[in-house]
Structure formats: C-alpha cells, structure tokens
Design a binder for this molecule. Structure first.
Ligand code: ADP
Ligand code: ZN
Ligand code: ZN
Length: 673
C-alpha cells in the first residue's frame, strides 16, 4: 500500500504542524487546504492539511494514520492559507490557532452530518448570478466620484472614504458594489461593520438593492447551523456579498474582488482576547495580497488611516455634505455645568430643548456611556464604598435588578441594607448611569415615551433589534443609551442629541482616549438631523454638558473639525514617539500575586536586548486585579515594524524556554496600554 504524509495544523498552542500517514495511490493524494480528522492525544480532532509529502524524518511505521479526509469540501485556497499564515506570523501564534477556530464548529466535528446537510441545501438552491441592482437612487456628484473611484479601481488600491455623518457612505458602497458585481462575473465582496446591531439595517438595504444576489452574513449571533450554511455559501463562491463583523475577515472567499470596512476607526475591529487581531489591518493585508481595492469608510478615521491618507499610501475620497437635501450637520453647543447646575443629571437648557422636541413630536437621544444606576454606592458616615472583592473596581448599582454588579468579573450581590462597616442604613448612590437618567426622565417628563438601550436592557436575543425598530417606527420620544446607540444608525426623526458626561475621558492616562472620545462624540452627534428639516420642525442640535467648555477637543467638536483635530493629534503623537510613528507590542502576565507577574516580566525584559528595540520596565496594569488575578504588563517599542517583528520571533522562543508557570500572552499593535 502506498502512503503519503499529511502535515496537519491543529488548534493547539504547541506547534504549527503534525505528521500523519494517509494510505493512497500516487496521484490521488489529498490537497493542501483540505480538512482531515485525526487522533491527537487520545482525542479525535479536525485539522487543516498544510503540506502533503512523501518523506519524513520520522519512520513511516511510527506515524499514526489520519482517520478521514473531508473530501466533499473544496480545499481552502492557497490565498486563504497565506492569509492565515500571515496572521499567525504577525500576531505570533501557531497557525492552527488562527486557522481552525475561525471555521464553523460543525466543520470541526467527528460526524459530517451537518456538513452534508448544508452542502445539499446549497446545491438545491440554484445560485442566482444576476447581479443587476434595482432602486438605486441618483448619487450627488461627490458620491458618484467616490463610487466610480472605488468601483473602477484596478489592483491593490486602498481608499479612505472620509465622509461626514449622514453623507451617504452606505450608498457609495452599494453602488461601488454594483459596479464590481457587474464587471466580475463571479466576483465576491466582503463588507465589514463594527457592530452586530448594524447588520440588519445594512442587510435589508443590500437585499433590496441586489435581489438576485446571494448575501451571506457572518457574525457571532448566528446559530451553528446558520453559520455553517453561510460560511459554506461564501466558501463555494455562491454568496457574492458577505456582510459581517470582525470575525468575517477570516471567511473563505475564493473570488474576493472588493473589501469594504465601514466605520474603520471603530475599536470593535480589534479582537481583545485569544488571537488579538485587528480585522481592519488584516483586511488591508488581504486586499494587497489579492491585488484588489479596499475602502475604509469613516467620518472620524483612525489616526493610523489618516496618516496613511496624508502620506499618500491611501487615496482619500471626501464627502463634505450630508446626502439628504436640506439635511445639515447639527449645531453643537457646549452647556457649562458649573453655571447651569444639572438636576437629575440634566441642565435647564437641555431640559428646555427636550421639552421643545416633545411638543413638536420629534425624537431626542441622550448619550451616557455608563450603564447601571450608579457606578458605586457609599456610606457617608464612615466612607465605605462598594468595591469588588475580586477586582480593582467598584460594584455598580443596578436598581431594577436589585443588585450590585461588578462589570469585570460578573460578581453579583444583593444591595446591602446597611453599611457593612458601620451599620449605617443610609447608603447613597454616587454618580449616574443610564438607569438613573431614565428614572429622572420619567419624573421630569411623565408623559414621554422613554426607552433605554444598553447592554442590560438588550440581554435577550432579538431585543436590541426590537428596540431599534421601535425607535425607527417613531414609538419613542426620548432614547437614552450607551455607545450601542451612537454608531451608524439612521434615525430619521431625531433632532436633538444630549451628551451627558463626556469629561472623564479627557483626563485618561490612555493616550488614545481623546481620539476615541472625539470619534464617539462626532458619531453620536451625527445621529441628529439626518432627514430634511420639515416645515416648522426644529433645527437639529447637539448639546454637550461639560465642566471643561474651554477644552480644545470640544472646540473641535463644535466646529465639526476633524481635520484640524486629527492633524494636531498626529503632531503630538509624532513628538511623543507614539503610534502611528512607533510600533508596539505588549507582553502581559497574570498571577495570583503581583510580584510573580512582575518577576516574570523582569526575566522577560532581561532576556531580550536588541538594537532598535526599546523594552520598557514592567508595570502593574491600570486595572491590576480582575477576578482575583493580578496583572502586569511590559511594553516593547520600535520605530521599525520589521525590526519589531524579527525581535518578537526570537524573543518568544526565549520566553517559552523560560518555562515559567506564570500565564502570559503577547499582543501586537495593542489598543489599550
Ligand atoms: P453615513 O453612513 O455616511 O452616515 P448614510 O449612508 O446612512 O450616511 O446616509 C444618510 C442618509 O442619506 C440615508 O437616509 C440615505 O438613504 C440618504 N442618502 C444617501 N445618498 C443619498 C442620495 N444620493 N440622495 C438622497 N438621499 C441619500
Ligand atoms: Zn459606614
Ligand atoms: Zn469584580
């Protein structure tokens, strides 16, 4: 019997490949990119064939046989394998840990029942290949230029679509898509959005515009059956448009011809655990590898992207005006909370503006990026405050649920009736979250229909969508919410946005805090005034309650002046040698005792000297303890990306050789440091 040797990547931190025997006649070997079932450490697991060989250093009779090859599934393409290999190499993880977890769970099971069922289903639904769009509105000339630039781009072309909120970026994407679908007989398009709540709105638009095209969505709330079907539709080239959140960047798309990254600045594109990748950065790499255009859209581009647009690496397309005729950007006014002292968190001026909207039957949105009732409760008699016993943080008061909750370790306690230290029964909530604002509003405006949207109010599956739908249907007068409501939504009847307490981010230690705050304020402000102003309707406005009205960040928000703000911020970054002028990696260590974590990082620091690389001293993380684990970090920097990459490869090998019992992980291009 003839054999070949399958070199197979498995989802383990140990290695990048393992050899198995497979009996087959010459010329009938399985292909690279196919999945195979193997026995590994007494478990049967599915791995990815990354090489097929005829010789190995291990004697043939010492090798185990692979159990099965999933012949019914077309192999993953060389381009896809190259993407996975790049991500593994760049983020310093084994290939199997990158390639396999992204596949649908049902592909990685022992049985092929689910796979066979999905294949059958897709084979029946004959693929419709008519990409003819319908109901496309006429674009304004700036939109048309942008759509033509994207749709007509040849080869690797990174484009920044820099368009103010409401400038009709979606329409530009759709018409660029129409051009690509018309030109490329079986071309596929990948559209990424940052937030799962934004998929239904866009999905509806795409389905209406391209009724003859198969659309597949990929995001974390699909059932396993759906994920399998959608993944497969993309893999087999049947789905010509794939819409998804960050995880969709690793979808198999054999005929990919265009990538769209909407709201490219959004931090949600960064995966914050396991493989800590940036879907936006991988998207750019994927476009370059395939030689196709990629469009990054935003009203407030990330400084990295802005920098590339100005250095000429990305081409900048601009939409300066709102698309709907007579819809204008809202007027932004700062309300000085020192002069106009808020009652229930709301100043007199904001209250008057809310009242006016209620009288006119228009909608208002209040934005407060803090859920719960109050961030902490305290005892005025002895100074006790509700700290989490497991984390360096506070227990948040959730009044409707009658609980104190830690947002970091999920510890839940009943609200104490009296102070645990001195027995005082008069415990007071300090500060204000969305629940407390909601309660205050109900008292101030008993006749108003008030809706709160945050992670607590939308725990049940489908409830977020139901809430957004009721806002769109006009069943809500005042919407109060966290960043969940700030992004992307096109609320037509909204004419007032109130921003309640943005000041805390002004003084954060995190150098990215001001970039993020600015983007967030522009995004939430951008929800107002998206429809044409009606006869007798209010002019749209944004009221920002602040104690620091003189802060330059607010001046930029008032003037809708992203350009100047970004340019100034970039200059600061350059002078301080921070990204995008510097490349960073962060080594994190976790242990029961902080000293152990720090000691490991000191060892790590001492085994890593290298020219052109700065290794900083270890420090405890800002939130040092989470769930009784102490955490410390060490920052590595270099002005050269290749130098940093080269260093990390060597350094990781030495770190593994330390065989420390401390749990550690490395993050390349960290967002939070
Ligand atoms: P953005 O994503 O840039 O914030 P959207 O794509 O949501 O903006 O568009 C804002 C609004 O403008 C939407 O209601 C959209 O239907 C409308 N719109 C876009 N382009 C046009 C156009 N050419 N003519 C009329 N309305 C348009
Ligand atoms: Zn007390
Ligand atoms: Zn906790």
């Amino acid at each position: 019997m003839a054999f070949c040797i399958l070199h197979i990547a498995l989802d383990t931190p140990l290695n990048s490949g393992f050899d198995y025997r497979w009996p087959c006649a010459p010329g009938e070997e399985p292909a690279v990119g196919q999945l195979a079932l193997v026995n590994f450490g007494n478990r049967e697991v599915v791995g990815l064939i990354i090489a097929v060989r005829h010789a190995t250093e291990v004697p043939l009779d010492k090798l185990k046989d692979a159990l099965a090859v999933r012949g019914q599934l077309a192999p993953l393409t060389a381009a896809w394998l190259a993407l996975a290999a790049f991500a593994a190499d760049y983020y310093q993880r084994p290939l199997g840990e990158v390639a396999l977890p992204g596949l649908p769970k049902n592909l990685r099971t022992l049985t092929t029942v689910a796979l066979d069922r999905a294949l059958k289903k897709l084979a029946k639904g004959a693929p419709v290949h008519d990409g003819a769009p319908c109901g496309m509105p006429a674009l304004n000339s700036a939109q048309q230029d942008a759509a033509d630039a994207i749709g007509g781009a040849v080869g690797f072309t990174p484009l920044l679509l820099y368009g103010v909120t409401g400038s009709g970026k979606t329409e530009v994407y759709l018409q660029a898509c129409a051009q690509v679908l018309a030109r490329e007989a079986d071309g596929q398009i990948l559209i990424l959005v940052p937030e799962i709540n934004l998929t239904p709105q866009l999905e509806g638009n795409i389905r209406a515009r391209f009724p003859g095209v198969m659309l597949a969505t990929l995001h974390s709330s699909l059932s396993e059956g759906e994920r399998m079907l959608h993944w497969l539709a993309a893999h087999q080239g049947q789905a010509r448009i794939v819409l998804g959140t960050r995880l969709a960047i690793l979808a198999s798309l054999p005929h990919l011809k265009l990538i769209v990254v909407d709201e490219e600045h959004d931090p949600s594109y960064k995966q914050q655990e396991g493989l800590r990748y940036s879907a936006r950065d991988l998207a750019v790499w994927r476009a370059r590898q395939l030689g196709i255009p990629i469009v990054l859209g935003s009203a407030t581009p990330s400084l990295e992207t802005w920098h590339h647009a100005h250095s000429g690496r990305y081409r900048k397309l601009e939409l300066r005006e709102r698309a709907v005729k007579d819809a204008v950007l809202p007027r932004v006014t700062l309300l000085d909370m020192e002069r106009d002292k808020p009652v229930d968190g709301i100043t007199k001026q904001l209250m008057a503006a809310l009242r006016q909207r209620l009288e006119r039957g228009e909608q208002s949105l209040l934005f407060l990026n803090r859920r719960g009732y109050a961030p902490v409760i305290s005892c005025e008699a002895c100074g006790w405050i509700s700290e989490c016993t497991r984390c360096t943080s506070f227990m948040v008061l959730h009044k409707p649920e009658h609980r104190l909750r830690c947002h970091h370790c999920s510890l839940e306690l009943r609200i104490p009736r009296h102070c645990p230290t001195c027995g005082n029964v008069d415990l007071q909530p300090l500060g204000r979250g969305t629940q407390r604002v909601e309660e205050g509003l109900q008292q101030l405006f008993p006749e108003a229909r008030i809706l709160r949207i945050d992670a607590d109010s939308t725990r049940r599956k489908g409830s977020a969508q139901a809430a957004f739908d009721s806002v769109h249907r006009g069943e809500v007068d005042i919407l109060i919410g966290t960043q969940m409501v700030a992004k992307g939504h096109d609320f037509k009847k909204l004419t007032l946005v109130g921003i309640l307490n943005p000041d805390t981010a002004l003084f954060s230690q995190d150098y990215r805090a001001s970039e993020r705050l600015f983007a967030q304020l522009m995004q939430v402000a951008g929800r107002a005034g998206r429809a044409a102003r009606s006869e007798g309707g209010s002019a749209s406005e944004v009221l920002v309650q602040t104690r620091y009205a003189a802060h330059p960040l607010y001046a930029a928000v008032v003037n809708h002046d992203y350009d100047r703000f970004a340019t100034a911020l970039l200059e600061e970054r350059r002078q301080a040698a921070l990204p995008p002028y510097m490349y960073q990696a962060l080594l994190r260590a976790e242990a029961r005792e902080l000293a152990l974590a720090i000691a490991f990082l000191e060892q790590a620091r001492d085994c890593g000297a290298h020219e052109g690389i700065t290794i900083n001293d270890p420090i405890p993380m800002t939130m040092t303890r989470v769930f009784n684990v102490e955490r410390a970090q060490l920052l590595v920097e270099s002005a050269s990306r290749p130098a940093l990459q080269g260093f990390l490869r060597q350094w990781l090998a030495s770190l593994r050789a330390l065989k420390s019992r401390v749990k550690w992980s490395l993050e390349v291009d960290p967002l939070d440091i």
